[in-house]
Design a protein around this ligand. Structure first.
Ligand code: ZN
Length: 342
């Protein structure tokens, strides 16, 4: 089978295409024939490397995918060969107290496809049976592959961590990004007033189409001034952060008293300065989040089945153009998600 592999960290040319034997599913595993793989910023970190973190190279890239059940390992029931499916990106032991509590993303053995084991940017992938769910029939394979990582993360951030309530005002940074476009939709669905930032008039229009009440073009105006004006100086109840150094100080300033900031990423850098006076005088909460639980994702998939959330696919490209897809992702030349097809 063809697979997109990282053997050494580095630039776009470190994505190499290899012909490998089709993997055999071990006990409890399922082999899936991949029809579409969704890209995430995580893929670019796996390719580039992260100081202080060791990835188990060589690694097949890709955390998100959708396809067809192709073979069942020993002891797997409840699935049929030929069934259309979507892959859940997070793996965990399944038996520890946090897994049993439905918080598998806190498991000490937590891992992600394409980050801690071979991922979806290949013709076939083997995953634990718990990572296979039926594909929503109203989504095609590319759409289904665009959903899991960003929507489960956004759901966990807003519902589980920030405790978003109807009537809250939410600021979603980069509403045109993968996780941002998920955050806008989920916040709107839950009854919040949604303010989104985006780079350029076109992305702002798209963010409004997804449900943002107000979209701020951060390339032409001071977004913090605009947020203050839009909230009559009160500030936001929740800030949805994933940008990091470039926005974090403003994000803290944009919070109302009692506000909650929840962050899942730092695409512009992870070193920020915080005034503790602001944090305690304003009774702020700063919450961290990585991924979400399998249960969060199943809930999200049901909302897609019901037509209450919609996939945001910018482009579908051949797997051979994966390096170009990484380049577009890093240049933010994308609205929503990029998907590749093997
Ligand atoms: Zn566990």
């Amino acid at each position: 089978m063809k697979a997109a592999v990282v053997r050494e960290h580095g630039d776009f040319d470190q994505i190499v295409f290899e012909l490998r034997p089709v993997p055999e599913p071990g006990p409890g595993e399922v082999r899936v024939r991949v029809k579409a793989a969704g890209l995430n910023h995580l893929d670019t970190w796996v390719r580039r490397g992260v100081p202080g973190h060791t990835f188990p190279l060589p690694l097949v890239l890709g955390s998100d995918g959708a396809g067809v059940v192709d073979a069942l390992g020993a002891g797997v029931g409840g699935l049929e060969v030929g069934e259309p499916c979507v892959l859940l990106p997070g793996t965990s032991c399944g038996v520890c107290p946090t897994c049993l509590a439905g918080e598998d993303q806190l498991c000490r053995e937590y891992g992600i496809l394409g980050e801690s084991r071979d991922g979806t940017c290949a013709e076939y992938v083997c995953v634990p049976a718990a990572n296979v769910q039926p594909k929503p029939e109203n989504l095609d394979y590319a759409e289904a592959a665009s959903v899991p990582l960003v929507f489960q993360t956004a759901w966990s951030m807003l519902v589980r961590k920030a405790g978003l309530r109807a009537g809250d005002t939410v600021l979603v940074h980069a509403g045109g990004s993968g996780v941002g476009s998920a955050g806008v939709q989920i916040a709107r669905l839950l009854g919040a007033t949604v303010i989104a930032t985006a780079g350029g008039a076109t992305k702002c229009r798209h963010a409004e189409d997804l449900g943002a009440h107000i979209a701020i073009d951060y390339t032409t105006v001071d977004w913090l001034d605009e947020v203050r004006a839009a909230t009559s100086g009160r500030g936001c109840d929740v800030v949805f952060e994933h940008v990091g150094a470039a926005t974090f100080a403003g994000s803290i300033k944009s919070l109302a008293r009692g506000g909650r900031l929840v962050t899942c990423g730092a695409t512009t850098g992870g070193q920020v300065e915080i005034s503790l006076h602001q944090v305690f005088f304003k009774n702020l909460s700063i919450l961290g989040n990585t991924m979400g639980s399998k249960g969060d994702l199943c809930r999200v998939l049901d909302l897609f089945r019901a037509g209450r959330l919609r996939p945001v696919v910018d482009s579908v490209m051949p797997l051979d153009e994966l390096a170009d897809a990484h380049r577009r992702l890093e240049a933010r030349d994308v609205f929503g998600k990029l998907v590749v097809e093997p």
